[in-house]
Each structure stands twice: as structure tokens, then as C-alpha cells.
Design a protein around this ligand. Structure first.
Ligand code: NAI
Length: 333
């Protein structure tokens, strides 16, 4: 069974006598910096010269360059996009670290795949919210928590886990629960969702749309049934309140029978082989190497994939259904 840490397991005092800084002030950086400040932690923001820097200044933070933040802070939360972290780490952060410093990541990726390797005298910890940045802030101000994963890759000080829990508390996560995890586990669950679960749903949804249109159904009606009505939001909510399977009781008997009798047949040997290949490429680092190469090449494949996705007739149906979209958003969001 997993260990889940709550507020009572975490101590903010470990942070109060240290200089805490964020590297970045984007989705997670802004939310986490604001939450930590409201939790009584003094936070310095490290950022490059861009709009995010202006936002941090407008929010009342001391903002310095990445290198300066790395020099003056004892605890650094690395909150810039994963793909730019290795370069910024090598040129701005690593040269300014001192023994006893703490590096905290919100994702396991770069450390797990050894794209970043801090020295032996540095604590390397992870506090990875399972929540988008905007909600990290909104939930905190509303008095709620959200789950996060905490992990320790290197414990130079002997206090690495306590510091991670202090950060999890300061950003509001331990109000709900910080799950004991690892950089490897966070990387696997994140990438496998991105490369198996969501593409699986994405592909089945587009095939659903295409087959019904091929069979003479109106694309706007199919898009409404698929996602534009907002019904899937209600089903997702019921998965939480009733249970993943138990929410089926809210559907008709015909629907219950159809869903339960047809699910296993979807998992054909070909699909099982594909899923095994996906997890193997993640676990072996083959995907990470492919993605690094794609970035070095200037992202030509990503651009092609985006073009293809946006050209799909689902996107055209969405444009025609703009009025409906606004009404559904008002009703459900
Ligand atoms: P973001 O895309 O919002 O990052 C923006 C920040 O990165 C700004 O401070 C900007 O100045 C800086 N930045 C952008 N390009 C840069 C460059 N080329 N060089 C240096 N700085 C640059 O990042 P986000 O989404 O907040 O992700 C930060 C970390 O949090 C990542 O490790 C991510 O995996 C993790 N995470 C993100 C979640 C999310 O909801 N977005 C959820 C949980 C974890």
C-alpha cells in the first residue's frame, strides 16, 4: 500500500530558514510561488526576460536571472518546461550550486533519463502536482488540496524527504495527500498516459466520428454526441463520485450491456503488442532519445502531426458549433 503524507506529516520550518526560489514563473511556477508565499515562505523568482518575468514583478516578487537565483537560493524549484531544463541547468544553474543545496523537480523526466545530473552533495527531490497550475492556485485559495507525488533521487542532507514534504505542504498539496513515489514511477505513469491512454481515447474518438459520418450521420450531430454536449464531463465527474465502473448505473441497461460486453474485445492481440511496445520504449529510454533528437532537428514531425490533427473534420464541426460550445461551457464549467 502506498504511503500518503498529510499536513500533519509535513513541517514548514525546514523551509523558513532557507532561501527558496523558483526557476520559472509559468503554469506551475506562478501557482507554486504564490502558494508558498501565502504559506509564509519567502520566495525569490528566477526568470528570463519575458512576459512571465513581468507577471512575477506585478505579483510583487523579487525577480532575478536564473544564474542569480541559483547562486542566492538554497532550495530551487525547477519549474520551466522539461525540454529546456537540461540546457538551463548546464549553463545557468549547475555552475552556481553549492554543497547542501536542494533541487526540486515537478516532473521525473530529466533526472530519470539522466539528462540532468546534479552533484553528489546536492539533494535531488520531486514534488509533482497531479494538477494543472491554474488549479494548483485556485484550489489553494479556496482552502482545498490536490494530490502530488513526492520522491527522493538523492539524499545528501539526510533530510531530503522532509524538505520535499515541506514544499508539498507549502504549495497546498498535503491538504489532500502527497503520495510516496519516485522519479521513475512519475515518469512512467505520466508518459504511459500520454502515449497509451490519451492517444487510445483520441484514436477511438476520431474513428467513432469517421465511421458514423461514413454511415451517413451528420458530422455536427456526431461531434455533439462525442464531446460538444458536455455529457462526457458529467460522466467523468460521476467516475469520481460513484466509481469508475459504478457510474455505469447512471446509464441505460442497453448502454451498460453494450459497454461491459464489448470492452474486452477491443484489446486485440495487435493492440496488446502495440501497448507492450509503447511501455517498453518508455521504460528503456528509447522514447526519450527519439524526443531529444526531434527537438534537436527543430520539431519537424511535431509540426506535421499538429497540421494533420487540426485538419480533421472534427475541428471543422467544432467551428460550426461555436454557439453550442459557449452555451455548454456556461452550463457545465
Ligand atoms: P511553462 O510552460 O508554464 O513554463 C513557463 C516558464 O518557463 C516561464 O517562466 C518562462 O520564462 C520559462 N521558459 C520558457 N521557455 C524557456 C526557455 N527556452 N529557457 C528558459 N526558460 C524558459 O511550464 P509548466 O507547464 O509550468 O511546467 C513546469 C514543470 O512543471 C515541468 O517540469 C512540468 O513537467 C511540470 N508540471 C507541469 C504541469 C502543468 O500543469 N503544466 C503539471 C505538473 C507538473
Amino acid at each position: 500500500m502506498v504511503t500518503i503524507y498529510g499536513d500533519k506529516d509535513a513541517d514548514l520550518s525546514l523551509l523558513k530558514d532557507r532561501r527558496v526560489g523558483t526557476i520559472g514563473y509559468g503554469n506551475q511556477g506562478r501557482a507554486q510561488a504564490l502558494n508558498m508565499r501565502d504559506s509564509g515562505i519567502h520566495v525569490t523568482v528566477g526568470n528570463m526576460n519575458d512576459n512571465y518575468r513581468e507577471q512575477a514583478i506585478a505579483d510583487g516578487f523579487d525577480v532575478v536571472a536564473f544564474a542569480e537565483a541559483s547562486r542566492i537560493c538554497d532550495v530551487l524549484l525547477i519549474l520551466i518546461p522539461d525540454e529546456v531544463q537540461p540546457g538551463v541547468f548546464e549553463t545557468e544553474i549547475a555552475p552556481n550550486l553549492e554543497a547542501g543545496n536542494v533541487l526540486c523537480f515537478a516532473s521525473g523526466y530529466n533526472v530519470h533519463y539522466q539528462l540532468i545530473g546534479p552533484g553528489e552533495d546536492i539533494d535531488v527531490i520531486m514534488v509533482a502536482p497531479r494538477m494543472i497550475g491554474k488549479a494548483v492556485r485556485d484550489l489553494y485559495t479556496d482552502g482545498h488540496g490536490y494530490p502530488c507525488l513526492v520522491g527522493v533521487e538523492h539524499d545528501a542532507s539526510g533530510k531530503a524527504l522532509e524538505i520535499a514534504l515541506g514544499i508539498a505542504k507549502a504549495i497546498g498539496a498535503t491538504r489532500l495527500g502527497a503520495f510516496a513515489s519516485s522519479f521513475r514511477e512519475e515518469t512512467l505513469i505520466d508518459l504511459f498516459a500520454e502515449q497509451m491512454l490519451w492517444p487510445g481515447i483520441n484514436k477511438l474518438a476520431t474513428v467513432y466520428f469517421e465511421k458514423l459520418v461514413e454511415n451517413g450521420c451528420d458530422p455536427d450531430i456526431v461531434a455533439t454526441e462525442l464531446h460538444m454536449s458536455g455529457e462526457f464531463l458529467e460522466i467523468a465527474k460521476a467516475m469520481i463520485t460513484e466509481g469508475f465502473f459504478k457510474q455505469l448505473k447512471l446509464h441505460s441497461h442497453t448502454s451498460q450491456y453494450g459497454q461491459l460486453s464489448r470492452a474486452d474485445g477491443m484489446y486485440t492481440p495487435d493492440l496488446a503488442k502495440h501497448v507492450d511496445d509503447v511501455i517498453e520504449e518508455i521504460a528503456s529510454g528509447a522514447f526519450a532519445r527519439e524526443w531529444t533528437k526531434e527537438q534537436e532537428n527543430g520539431l519537424p514531425e511535431l509540426e506535421k502531426l499538429w497540421k494533420k490533427a487540426l485538419a480533421h473534420p472534427i475541428s471543422q464541426a467544432e467551428e460550426r458549433l461555436d454557439e453550442l460550445r459557449k452555451a455548454v461551457a456556461r452550463a457545465h464549467l
